[in-house]
Design a protein around this ligand. Structure first.
Ligand code: TMP
Length: 237
C-alpha cells in the first residue's frame, strides 16, 4: 500500500489517495472546530484516540452486521478505508435531549426519549448544515428513497449496538452523528468516524460530559475526557 497525493483536507482529517483506486488513507488531526469552523483549537492526542476508537467501533459494528468503510489501521493516526462517495447527509441519532435539539425545541438537556430519534442535516458548510426531512433529501436528490430507508435502518442498528456497548463502559450514549457513503457498485456503507468528536458521551453515574462538548462549551479537561472514554472502551471491547 503506497500513500499518494492528498485528496482533501477537512476540519479533523486529511484524506490521501493510494496506489489502489478503490482505497484511501485517512489521517486524523488534533485540530478541533465547532460552530461550523468559527471556534478553532487543538485537542492534544485527539487524532490518535479518534483513529483507534473509530476503527475499533467500526470493526465491532461490522461483526454486528453493519457494513463500514474500514479496511486496516496503518498506525496511530492513519487508516486505510474504502473509497466512497459520501451521501451529503449528517445522520443524527438521539436518545436523550441535548445540544441543538434542546435549543431548537426548548427541552431541558437530559430528557430521556421513549424511542430514539433520527434526523438529517444537509451536509453543506455554506448553508450551515441545515436540518432537513426525508422529502427534502429526496427533492434535493441527495439519496433515493431506498437509500434513505436503509440509512435509517443502519443508524438505528448502530444506536442499539453502541448504546449497549457504551453502557457496559459506564457511559451513556446521548446522541451521535453518522455519515454514509456509496461504494462504486452503489452499496451503502458507514463512513467517516465514530468518536467523542461526533458523539455525546456522559458518565453514567455522574453525568459528566466525556466528549467534544467540553471543547465546544469551554468546560476544560478536554484531553482527560477523551483519554478516559478511550480507557473505558479498551477495557470492554
Ligand atoms: P447537535 O445537538 O449539535 O445537533 O449535535 C448532535 C450530535 O452530532 C452530537 O453528538 C455532536 C454531533 N455533531 C457532529 O458530529 N458534527 C457537527 O457538525 C455537529 C453540529 C454535531
Amino acid at each position: 500500500m503506497e500513500k499518494r497525493e492528498q485528496l482533501y483536507e477537512g476540519k479533523a482529517k486529511k484524506v490521501f489517495k493510494t496506489d489502489d483506486p478503490q482505497l484511501l488513507i485517512v489521517s486524523y488531526k488534533d485540530d478541533a472546530t465547532a460552530f461550523n469552523g468559527l471556534k478553532k483549537g487543538t485537542i492534544s492526542g485527539k487524532g490518535v484516540i479518534n483513529n483507534r476508537m473509530s476503527n475499533l467501533l467500526m470493526q465491532y459494528l461490522e461483526k454486528k452486521g453493519v457494513p463500514t468503510h474500514f479496511v486496516e489501521e496503518l498506525n496511530d493516526r492513519e487508516t486505510v478505508v474504502k473509497k466512497v462517495s459520501i451521501v451529503p447527509l449528517e445522520v443524527i441519532v438521539r436518545n436523550i435531549a441535548a445540544g441543538s435539539f434542546s435549543k431548537r425545541y426548548g427541552v431541558d438537556e437530559g430528557k430521556v426519549f421513549d424511542v430514539p430519534t433520527v434526523e438529517f442535516s444537509y451536509k453543506n458548510d455554506d448553508l450551515g448544515d441545515p436540518l432537513i426531512n426525508d422529502d427534502h433529501a429526496l427533492a434535493l436528490g441527495l439519496a433515493t428513497k431506498e437509500e434513505i430507508e436503509l440509512i435509517k435502518k443502519y443508524a438505528l442498528a448502530v444506536n442499539e449496538e453502541l448504546k449497549a456497548f457504551w453502557s457496559e463502559c459506564g457511559v451513556t450514549l446521548v446522541d451521535f452523528k453518522l455519515e454514509f457513503g456509496r461504494l462504486d457498485d452503489g452499496t451503502i456503507v458507514l463512513a467517516d468516524e465514530i468518536s467523542p468528536d461526533t458523539s455525546r458521551l456522559w458518565d453514567s453515574k455522574t453525568g459528566e460530559k466525556l466528549d467534544k462538548d467540553r471543547f465546544r462549551r469551554d468546560l476544560g479537561g478536554v484531553e482527560d475526557a477523551y483519554t478516559e472514554v478511550m480507557k473505558r472502551l479498551l477495557q470492554h471491547i
